[in-house]
Design a protein around this ligand. Structure first.
Ligand SMILES: Cc1cc2nc3c(=O)[nH]c(=O)nc-3n(C[C@H](O)[C@H](O)[C@H](O)COP(=O)(O)O)c2cc1C
Length: 228
C-alpha cells in the first residue's frame, strides 16, 4: 500500500490508517517528498474546486488539522451560512446560530483562552473560528412545553444537521473545516458575546488546508445498517 494519500486505499484498516497518518506527518515535516506530486495535485484540487457534485463533495470534505494562512470575508461566511440554512430543522424552527471569530484579535483570544492546546494547534492559521449554538426551548417544544422525552435534544439534533450542511457548504466553496467539540464553553461565550441562554455546541475552524488529503477509515455499512 502506498503511504499517502489515503485516496489510494479507501478501505484501509484503522492500523493502516494510523501508519499512513504518521507517514504523512513525516512527509509534511520533510517538506513532502515521495508521492509529493500526487498529494499536491489532490490537495490543490480539494482546495480550489467549488461547485462539486455530492459524490465528489462527500469524499473531498475531511477534517483538516493543518491550515495555511488565509482570510475570509463576511460575505463569504454569509454565503456558507446561507447554504447551511437549507438544513432541515424541527418544525423549521431554525434555532442554530453562528458566531464567527474572524479578526486576528478575536482568533488569538480563542486560541489562547478557549481552545485546549491540541485544538488550538490544529486550527492555527484558520481564517475563522465559528462557534455554533442553538436557542433552547424552541425545537422540540410547543407553546414552551417539551413535546416528548427528548426536549432540547431536538435543538442539538438540528444543530448537528446544520453543522453538517455548514461544513459541506464550506468545502463546496473551497474552504476546509474542523469541528472542535473540545472547548471551554464559558470562555467561548465570553469572547464572542454569545447570549447566556444559548447552548454552545462546537467551534468550527474554517480555512485553507495545508495537509495532504487523508480519509479516515469507516465502519462497514452492515455494522450500522439493519434492514428488516
Ligand atoms: C461533534 C464532533 C466533535 C469533534 N471534536 C473534535 C475535536 O475537538 N478535535 C478534533 O481534532 N476533531 C474533532 N472532531 C473531528 C472528528 O475527529 C472527525 O470528524 C472524525 O475523526 C472523522 O474524520 P473526518 O472528519 O476527516 O472524516 C469532532 C467531530 C465531531 C462531529
Amino acid at each position: 500500500m502506498k503511504n499517502v494519500p489515503m485516496t489510494t486505499c479507501p478501505t484501509a484498516s484503522r492500523r493502516q490508517f494510523a501508519k499512513a497518518a504518521s507517514a504523512a506527518a513525516l512527509l509534511l515535516a520533510a517538506g513532502c517528498s515521495g508521492d509529493e506530486k500526487e498529494t499536491k495535485e489532490k490537495t490543490t484540487k480539494n482546495k480550489e474546486k467549488t461547485g462539486m457534485d455530492f459524490d465528489e463533495l462527500k469524499e473531498a470534505r475531511r477534517s483538516v488539522r493543518q491550515y495555511a494562512k488565509s482570510e475570509i470575508t463576511q460575505d463569504e461566511l454569509e454565503k456558507i451560512v446561507t447554504d447551511a440554512l437549507n438544513a432541515p430543522s424541527w418544525k423549521n424552527t431554525e434555532t442554530t446560530r453562528y458566531y464567527a471569530a474572524a479578526t486576528d484579535a478575536a482568533k488569538e483570544r480563542m486560541w489562547k483562552e478557549a481552545l485546549p492546546g491540541y485544538n488550538a494547534a490544529s486550527s492555527a492559521n484558520a481564517a475563522a473560528l465559528v462557534a455554533v449554538t442553538y436557542v433552547p426551548g424552541e425545537s422540540g417544544f410547543n407553546a414552551g412545553k417539551a413535546v416528548d422525552d427528548l426536549g432540547n435534544a431536538w435543538g442539538a439534533y438540528d444543530c448537528g444537521l446544520a453543522s453538517s450542511y455548514f461544513i459541506l457548504a464550506a468545502k463546496n466553496r473551497g474552504w476546509d473545516t474542523l469541528i472542535m467539540g473540545m472547548r471551554d464553553g464559558a470562555k467561548v461565550k465570553a469572547i464572542l458575546g454569545i447570549p447566556e441562554g444559548e447552548v454552545l455546541m462546537s467551534v468550527i475552524a474554517v480555512g485553507k488546508s495545508a495537509q495532504p488529503y487523508m480519509k479516515r477509515p469507516r465502519k462497514p455499512v452492515a455494522e450500522v445498517l439493519k434492514v428488516r
